[in-house]
Design a protein around this ligand. Structure first.
Ligand SMILES: Cc1cc2nc3c(=O)[nH]c(=O)nc-3n(C[C@H](O)[C@H](O)[C@H](O)COP(=O)(O)OP(=O)(O)OC[C@H]3O[C@@H](n4cnc5c(N)ncnc54)[C@H](O)[C@@H]3O)c2cc1C
Ligand SMILES: *[C@@H]1O[C@H](CO)[C@@H](O)[C@H](O)[C@H]1NC(C)=O
Ligand SMILES: *[C@@H]1O[C@H](CO)[C@@H](O)[C@H](O)[C@H]1NC(C)=O
Ligand SMILES: *[C@@H]1O[C@H](CO)[C@@H](O)[C@H](O)[C@H]1NC(C)=O
Ligand SMILES: *[C@@H]1O[C@H](CO)[C@@H](O)[C@H](O)[C@H]1NC(C)=O
Ligand SMILES: *[C@@H]1O[C@H](CO)[C@@H](O)[C@H](O)[C@H]1NC(C)=O
Ligand SMILES: *[C@@H]1O[C@H](CO)[C@@H](O)[C@H](O)[C@H]1NC(C)=O
Length: 483
């Protein structure tokens, strides 16, 4: 019998824990079965190789695990082969797009790690004005590929975020005030179902199309997304950093922006934070034309800033102006609430949560305690007129608040996760239980009840669609919200 470690450098094993070494022994035969079953368009990589390290890498250190091997399928048919093998062996697996999952274990595993890296094509069809995009890309790649055509898609707002996880969850974009969420612009999915069948899912397949729009990764592996495109000019905007003494002024200005600027091409994200113990704030601002009408952003420009990088630039340059990847977090968690709209009382509560939690959590190895205020324009969820999606289950107005904490010590994980739950509950309580709105899956902490994201009826419908494509529950071997 083949020795399970035959292809592994022994020195490397010394750095694995007993549990990980056990996982390697347990799953290595499955890795080898995959290796001999897939076509030459695909490949399997083992610990110690550069490609393996890239494949399992994540934005947040706490979202990474050491897999027995990584698989890079190169064709949809090979994705089917891999799914059939992991299903038949009942081994845990992961599917990774851009690796920006904030929830531990959502796109990582100690079993078989599937990296979508080889799905890296962007094909623009000038006739249908759609772009077909590989599931291994990050939005930066997509914007760069579409720029020469003078078009763009409704995608991510900062550098490095993956197309796949983002689109499967919903997708809040700089262009959402105009065109809705990313899911509202999907024309078709290339989906590999857990029994290995490759199919194209579009509006003709009503239930599955609905479920794929925001309903997560229980339906199979998506290999390509076909999205509507929109004409794209240069844009105006960038980043402004403020010191802590301007937090109250910035909160005020954000309210003023929400309440007075009705131009759907204008959008901001206001982040209040405590970074390494010091309060501060970051404003990302966007206008979907080379210049913004006079006065649009005056409420922000009038506040004394620490630094400012705001100008006319390409869409890609705007997305890359935010420094989110300069210091990727060691450990991280997101949580969220959806608010009817921001009010002065809610702003006060967010400011207080930032400062109070920031001070307390800094003492527990907290490095960045932040609250992203995202004041989308009233009615933005109705804008697209294609409203049949698993998320959001209702199109009544609601804007997200994203809580993001990062810290250093794994021993503090529970304290930070508990604080993220408590902070969301405290803010949500202010809007009243009866007007509680669906939470965005891609900002929600891992144990969020499904009904809080998809509604009660939506959750039941999602379960029945998943049952129809995955009667054996193969996708439950992968991380993500379990139905
Ligand atoms: C810095 C940062 C900025 C962000 N900005 C925004 C924003 O502006 N707007 C917004 O809406 N969200 C934003 N998010 C949240 C983002 O939408 C999610 O983190 C999203 O899941 C990232 O997708 P990914 O492909 O990078 O993640 P991954 O970690 O690769 O995957 C996330 C989930 O999707 C599943 N998955 C991945 N690929 C596939 C596939 N091909 N088929 C089936 N399942 C798959 C994984 O199993 C996992 O459960 C941001 C997150 C971060 C960390
Ligand atoms: C891959 O396999 C195909 C046949 O399935 C063959 O035509 C092709 O030459 C092979 N490519 C390489 C690089 O081996
Ligand atoms: C879905 O795709 C099929 C096959 O390509 C096509 O015949 C059908 O018209 C499409 N449906 C919609 C609503 O686009
Ligand atoms: C984004 O939402 C989808 C759909 O629910 C889910 O599969 C995915 O895991 C989410 N990503 C994160 C980071 O939670
Ligand atoms: C914020 O707005 C309130 C009410 O409009 C005002 O009383 C307060 O002075 C403002 N604070 C700052 C710092 O601008
Ligand atoms: C501020 O937030 C903290 C933490 O949630 C809370 O204990 C405190 O009571 C809040 N203060 C005010 C004035 O709301
Ligand atoms: C695979 O599952 C699909 C449902 O998604 C079903 O229509 C198809 O018949 C199944 N194929 C096989 C070979 O079992």
């Amino acid at each position: 019998m083949r020795h399970p470690f035959s292809s592994l450098p022994c020195l490397l094993l010394a750095s694995f824990s007993a549990r990980q070494a056990y996982a390697l022994v347990e799953y290595i035969d499955v890795c080898n079965e995959i290796k001999t079953s897939v076509s030459n368009a695909s490949a399997v990589f083992f610990p110690g190789s550069f490609t393996y390290s890239n494949d399992i890498a994540h934005w947040a250190g706490s979202s990474k695990e050491l897999a027995a091997c990584s698989v890079e399928p190169g064709t949809a048919a090979d994705v089917g082969t891999v799914l059939k093998i992991v299903g038949a062996n009942a081994v845990p697996f992961a599917v990774k797009g851009g690796g920006h999952a904030s929830n531990p274990g959502f796109s990582s595993t100690t079993g078989i790690h599937i990296s979508m890296a080889r799905f890296s094509d962007v094909v623009f069809d000038a006739t249908t004005k759609t772009a077909t995009i590989g599931a291994g890309l990050v939005w930066d790649d997509v914007y760069a590929a579409l720029e020469p055509h003078g078009v763009n898609v409704v995608g991510g707002r900062v550098s490095g975020v993956g197309v796949a996880g983002f689109t499967l969850g919903g997708g809040y974009s700089w262009k959402s005030n105009q065109f809705g969420l990313t899911v509202d612009t999907v024309v078709a999915y290339e989906l590999v179902t857990p029994n290995g069948t490759v199919r194209t899912v579009n509006a003709s397949d009503a239930n599955l199309f609905w479920a794929l729009k925001g309903g997560g990764n229980r339906l199979g592996v998506v290999t390509r997304f076909t999205l509507k495109t929109f004409p794209q000019t240069e844009v105006f905007g960038g980043i402004i950093i403020y010191l802590g003494d301007q937090i109250a002024a910035l909160a005020n200005a954000t309210l003023e922006f929400q309440n007075t600027v009705s131009d759907v091409k204008a959008q901001v994200i206001t982040t209040l934070n405590v970074a390494a113990g010091l309060p501060g704030a970051v404003l990302l601002l966007f206008y979907d034309a080379p210049t913004a009408p006079a006065g649009t952003f005056d409420m922000f420009m009038n506040i004394p800033a620490f630094s400012k990088d705001v100008k006319t630039r390409s869409f890609l340059s705007l997305v890359q102006s935010s420094p989110v990847n300069l210091a990727p977090p060691t450990r991280a968690i997101f949580n969220t609430v959806t608010l009817p709209s921001y009010t002065s009382a809610l702003m006060d509560a967010v400011v207080n949560e930032t400062l109070a939690r920031g001070a307390a959590l800094t003492l527990q190895s907290g490095t960045f305690i932040s609250y992203d205020i995202e004041p989308f324009a009233p009615g933005f969820l109705q804008r697209s007129r294609t409203s049949d999606s698993a998320f959001p289950p209702t199109r009544s107005q609601g804007v997200p608040l994203n809580i993001y904490y990062s810290w250093g010590l794994s021993a503090a994980d529970a304290a930070f996760q508990d604080a993220a739950r408590a902070s969301a509950a405290r803010i949500e309580a202010l809007v009243g239980g009866s007007s509680k709105l669906p939470r965005y899956p891609n900002y929600s902490i891992y144990d969020t009840p499904l009904a809080d994201m998809f509604g009660v009826a939506g959750t039941a419908r999602l379960r029945s669609v998943a049952q129809s494509v995955d009667p054996k529950g193969v996708m439950n071997l992968a991380g993500g919200f379990k139905l």
